[in-house]
Design a protein around this ligand. Structure first.
Ligand code: F6P
Length: 357
């Protein structure tokens, strides 16, 4: 029986998306008669009916390619049931286009928001399989997401390169990593890069503790420090506030980024020369690491197996050292944050790294 599979990539891109697309496609072609429909720019293409059949040869040569050959966009889950000025019922449009495409199933490659919409479509009767991607590694139910380890490698290299220049000049380098809610990337890259202070959204910091750590290093004749901070890190005062109050508090402070604030506070408290580095989207660009190529391929192959077995409403996951899956409904809408008592946090503390708490 021929199966027609729809593929879309949604949300922020990451290295490994094309490797996963290739994994699904190649394994599906091997397992059963297949036709693959590529949907443009994530749910935008599904809503607007922007899609085309992708030929088998188009899945070649993309294993190492960064980004996504299908394109992506952010379509907030909160807006999915909202009828906007265009008078379009997005959910009805997605169902109608799924039907028009003659799909047997839809494979969505994305992060938390993508999973929520995938689950919504599942509840509407579509056959959906989710693949977990994000450099944030914050998808519930999987030990790891593809894209994460590549971002860790990139962020670590950034820290490595800053280490030498920080040491030469006796400066404090404040490096801001991506990760608004979850600090996995900062934690891993901070540890791998030998940071002296690691600040995560999950562990509110006290500036006095950060200053104390840098001062202690100076006393020990270490005249430079490396501070790895997640973009979503909060000081203790902010953490105790409601979001609305926090925004006003930051506005009053002329807050730009957390790294700028920390650098300014350090300079003011210790007179130490500071520099801020924000690698930003560099962390999401370019070729996937070997680890992510293998992980994305494994996830893709498992998705093809689920399609073969007509096991829908699932999200592919790494469970221990085995690739398996979770029911979409059990993982969608939950975020995997760094537990404050995580073993890696303990390891970092044992190494004398400060979390500013
Ligand atoms: O979710 C991935 C991520 O890179 C986050 O770490 C970051 O906060 C966000 O996307 C940035 O989004 P955008 O690409 O829309 O600027």
């Amino acid at each position: 029986m021929k199966r027609r599979i729809g593929l879309l990539t949604s949300g922020g891109d990451c290295p490994g998306l094309n490797a996963a697309i290739r994994g699904v496609a190649r394994a599906a072609y091997e397992m059963f008669e297949t036709e693959i429909v590529g949907i443009a720019d994530g749910y935008r293409g599904l809503i607007q009916g922007d899609y085309r059949v992708v030929e088998r040869h188009e899945f070649s040569g993309i294993l190492t390619l960064g980004g996504t050959i299908l394109g992506t966009s952010r379509q907030p889950f909160s807006q999915m049931r909202v009828v906007g000025e265009d008078n379009l019922d997005k959910v009805a449009a997605m169902k109608e286009n799924y039907r028009k495409m003659g799909l047997d199933c839809l494979v969505t490659l994305g992060g938390n928001g993508t999973h929520k919409t995938a689950n919504l479509l599942c509840g509407e009767g579509l056959n959906v399989i989710g693949l977990p991607k994000t450099i944030d590694n914050d998808i519930y139910g999987t030990d790891v997401t593809f894209g994460f380890h590549t971002a860790v490698d990139i962020a670590t290299e950034v820290i490595d390169r800053l280490h030498t220049t920080a040491a030469s000049h006796g400066r404090c380098m404040v490096i801001e990593m991506m990760g608004n809610k979850a600090g996995w990337l900062t934690l891993y890259a901070g540890l791998a890069g030998g940071a002296d202070v690691i600040l995560l959204p999950e562990i509110p910091y006290d500036m006095e503790a950060v200053v104390a750590k840098v001062a202690e290093r100076a006393q020990n004749k270490k005249h430079f420090s490396i501070i790895a901070v997640a973009e979503g890190a909060l000081c203790k005062v902010e953490a105790a506030m409601k979001k609305k109050d926090r925004l006003r508090y930051r506005e009053d402070q002329h807050f730009v980024t957390v790294s700028q604030r920390i650098a300014a506070d350090l300079q003011a408290a210790l007179g130490v020369e500071t520099r801020v580095v924000i690698p930003g989207h560099v962390q999401r660009g370019g070729a996937p690491s070997a680890y992510d190529r293998v992980l994305a391929t494994r996830f893709g192959v498992h998705a093809a197996e689920l399609i073969r077995d007509e096991c829908y409403g699932a999200s592919v996951a790494m469970l221990g050292d085995t690739v398996g899956h979770n029911p979409l409904g059990e993982v969608a809408g939950k975020t995997k944050l760094v537990p404050t008592a995580h073993q890696l946090v303990g390891v970092a503390r044992a190494m004398g790294i400060s979390f500013g708490d």
